[in-house]
Unconditional design. Structure first.
Length: 276
């Protein structure tokens, strides 16, 4: 039977292809090769006397120091630093998202605010310490504020740049389709800017850990920054290295969480990173 030329079949929605799964084989563990080689080389250097053990203790001694610290309240130091980073990142990142969105959406806001923020962004972290001590004393407030300052600028840059760099054709098509300003932000601008926003959040979280060390130089009695200071004052390189190892592990752990969130939220993208 001949097909009716006037018959129009409804269009079927074709689902977007799912991102290919990440390889689960040995390539997932390639990132451990360099740290393991470095640990083996440092251990060998210490055992053979190539490096003075009081200046660069072997990793086995650092591990023993970590075990001793764990029996003397190391969990309290880790918790204190983690809570400060969490509070500072939440405050700084939240303000950065709001102000960055305002600057990205409004040209006048960009002219008004962006030059000031770019100038403040160039100030080193330690330059804020004396001022925060004068204003806020030596309690928790200056520490959290300093971490928030460190987290603010990468997130602000990511949000503002992400919104400004949205393809103008997408916005014009959305306006021709009759989208309201709120729907335009929710359905066009936010998804298009999300990769840059998430990159800014990851960078802000990394800087929050860095600023935490500077923050805990402000009369802290707990935290990994305090352990760094204590190890320096007592000439204990093993304590300094133990604190550095913990900072690296905590930073990597939180960055991995952010990376997984990023992959989940951006699974719809067909990018080179999603190659089979």
């Amino acid at each position: 039977m001949a097909a009716d030329p006037d018959l129009v079949l409804p269009a079927r929605r074709v689902p977007a292809p799912a991102a290919p799964p990440r390889p689960a084989g040995p390539s997932r563990w390639l990132g451990a090769v360099v740290p393991l080689l470095a640990v083996a080389l440092l251990e060998l250097s210490g055992r053979l006397g190539w490096v003075a053990p009081n200046l660069l203790p072997p990793p086995s001694e650092v591990l023993e120091t970590l075990w001793q610290l764990a029996r003397q309240g190391l969990a309290g130091h880790v918790a204190a630093s983690s809570l400060r980073v969490l509070a500072g990142f939440a405050i700084g990142g939240g303000l950065a998202v709001a102000i960055g969105a305002l600057v990205g959406l409004s040209r006048r806001a960009e002219w008004l605010l962006d030059p000031t923020f770019q100038a403040l962004r160039a100030i080193p972290s330690l330059a804020w310490v004396p001022l925060l001590l004068l204003w806020l004393g030596i309690d928790e407030a200056p520490k959290v504020v300093l971490i928030a300052i460190g987290a603010f600028f990468p997130v602000y840059m990511g949000v503002a740049a992400g919104i400004r760099d949205v393809d103008r054709k997408l916005v014009e098509v959305a306006r021709m389709g009759g989208l309201s300003p709120l729907s335009l932000v929710r359905r066009v601008l936010l998804p298009a800017a999300l990769p840059s926003v998430l990159t800014g959040l990851r960078n802000g979280l990394s800087l929050a850990w860095m600023f935490m060390v500077a923050a805990e130089l402000i009369a802290a009695t707990q935290g990994l920054g305090y352990l760094l200071t204590d190890g320096r004052e007592t000439a204990r390189a093993d304590i300094v290295l133990a604190a550095i190892v913990l900072l690296a592990l905590l930073g990597k752990f939180t960055d991995t969480l952010m990376q997984r969130l990023e992959r989940r939220l951006l699974a719809w993208r067909d990018t080179f990173d999603n190659r089979p």
